[in-house]
Design a binder for this molecule. Sequence first.
Ligand SMILES: *Cc1c(COP(=O)(O)O)cnc(C)c1O
Length: 354
Amino acid sequence: MYPRLEINIKKLRENTKIVSDICHKNNIDVAMVTKVYCAIKDVVRELAKEDINYIADSRIENLKNLKDISLPKILIRIPMLSEVEDVIQYSNISFNSELKTVLELNEAAKRRNIIHKVVVMVDLGDLREGYFDENELLNSIDEILKLSNIKLIGLATNLTCYGAIIPSQENLGRLVNIARNIEQKHNINLEFISGGNSSSLFLLNSDKMPKGITNLRLGEAIALGKETAYGKDIEGANRDGFKLVCEIVEIKEKPSIPIGEIGVDAFGNKPVYEDRGIRKRAIVAIGKQDINIDSISSIDEHIDILGASSDHMILDVTDSINRYDVGDKVQFLLSYGGLMSAATSKYVYKEIIY
Ligand SMILES: *Cc1c(COP(=O)(O)O)cnc(C)c1O
């Protein structure tokens, strides 16, 4: 069935091993982040055979679906008040930045007679989630420590997401310092100091990870073999653990400029075209309803992606040495947005290769 997302377990396990080895050599635990491929259970179960310490996802329904995989689960998106019951039930740890929500988590944990672990988010400048104001952070921690069914295990930060801020010795060092101050003030131990996502990996290779960071949360590094501070491939890791395969439904020679008065395209944009004469064009059966086409690239380097409407993607195959025909398959590498959209589309068939 096409289009399909091919998921190569062997390659993804290799990626998982490479990054977990780097982390463990530096005394850093790995939380494997599964959201970009919608935490497909058969994939997570296989990757969890490597030496990872936690499974992390932003969606509680994904963690719920993984409940029989025995690793501890972290909810990495700040919980909604409307989901606290599920958060208590299906995650062992949640990331938080609102006292109001932690109070509700405490009530839900009390009702179920369990202790829920909480990590408090600190915003070091990327300006997505977390306490920005240090006094507000410290006041909240005073309150959290009074709660009967909540255990504060540490702090975390998220970088290179909204603000594209690169992790550094300075900003992560500040996170460690804040943690040490809280430990002293309250005479407690914060063992979980999470220094970010795949954009923090490069600090390990350059020996610049501040001492005291004990955890990283890695999604893209495992799924796509890339560190994300500078967008470099991770040495030895596979870029094609996930691959998109589409089928050609039309192949014809056509002019490169549409004929007639140009208005707006199917999405309301006014397009511009370059006149390259008559070109050989292929249509593959996939479109913007399935895939973010700006986030994919053809494995055959001589294919250009010209554009797409909701369900047709148009390729220029003129320069390829392959003689493409109707029914032939074209393969694509995915970057983050491409993988996310393909994994999320119910029209993209998921094929796991063991
Ligand atoms: C998505 C996410 C991650 C993983 O990010 P990658 O760049 O895929 O490694 C880590 N932490 C949080 C809070 C996230 O939302």
